[in-house]
Write a protein that binds this ligand. Structure first.
Ligand SMILES: [Zn+2]
Length: 276
């Protein structure tokens, strides 16, 4: 009995030591990161935060949800990619000329990575500029501004604001012949499962990358929150770029605090060993 208790206590103690050691190993040594970066062949960059709308919310308040997404579409259409978006896109273009690769695995739905020039983007939470018909399931690309006349000038950043009370018949509708079903944003909402084809591609990238960057994610929305730790568990260096520490920080080799618009361009700039 005593021996069992001792073993349990030892096990608990070892667990703490492991955690402490992992914390100590996390560092902010940009020179060491740059050395690893210069040799990496397949870089995976994980970006973005999760979306917190729900399908139940949409079925109860479709006009409020559409008002909110219309607002986000207009914001995104008027936004410019940040220096962080541009640094990632420029790095991808440069590395591809050297026979190396960079893939963006993003929870963002705003297309700013693509607008910055990123080519290889896996959108795990869908896309603000795609719609899906609730009746015929047709998925369409849609950049109209506004997406329908009734939403013109509407929009609120506050999802708890009073309902816009737009009749459902005046919300975005399917234009497939004879359908006229209600459209919804083709994004993944809280509680919905991720697209299995996208997930398969993501898994392949996580298994083959030799350097991983986790950029500006709060590491709380699953399963995306586990992508970085999954790579780290293979012994591959993972670097977190975030203003704050996250629950996953102790699992990663690097943590670079500060704004990604500042830290990322420095991290992904041309290395002296790159000749093209
Ligand atoms: Zn339809």
């Amino acid at each position: 009995m005593l021996m069992n208790q001792l073993m349990l206590r030892t096990a608990a103690h070892c667990g703490r030591w492991t955690a402490v050691n992992q914390t100590i190993r996390t560092n902010s040594d940009m020179a060491e990161f740059r050395e690893i970066f210069s040799k990496a062949r397949h870089i995976a960059v994980i970006t973005g935060a999760g979306d917190l709308a729900t399908p139940e919310c949409f079925s109860r308040h479709p006009s409020r949800v559409w008002e909110f997404y219309h607002y986000r579409r207009e914001l995104s259409l008027n936004a410019q990619p940040s220096p962080a978006h541009r640094a990632i896109a420029e790095c991808e273009a440069r590395l591809s000329r050297q026979g190396r690769s960079l893939v963006v695995i993003t929870q963002n739905i705003d297309e700013l990575h693509q607008r910055a020039g990123s080519r290889h983007v896996l959108e795990v939470h869908g896309n603000l500029f795609q719609t899906r018909c609730l009746s015929c399931k047709d998925v369409e690309i849609n950049h109209k501004s506004p997406i329908c006349p009734s939403l013109e000038g509407k929009g609120s950043p506050d999802p708890d604001a009073p309902d816009a009370l737009i009749p459902v018949k005046d919300l975005p509708r399917c234009d497939e012949k004879g359908c006229d079903g209600l459209l919804r944003p083709h994004v993944i909402w809280f509680g919905e499962t991720l697209d299995s084809q996208i997930l398969t591609k993501v898994e392949k990238e996580l298994e083959t990358c030799d350097l991983c960057l986790v950029v500006g994610t709060s590491s709380v929305v699953y399963p995306a929150a586990m992508f970085g730790p999954q790579v780290a568990s293979r012994g591959v260096p993972v670097a977190e770029f975030n203003t704050k520490m996250t629950v996953n920080t102790p699992r990663f080799k690097f943590h670079f605090p500060g704004r990604c618009a500042v830290t990322l361009p420095a991290a992904l700039a041309r290395h002296e060993s790159e000749i093209i």
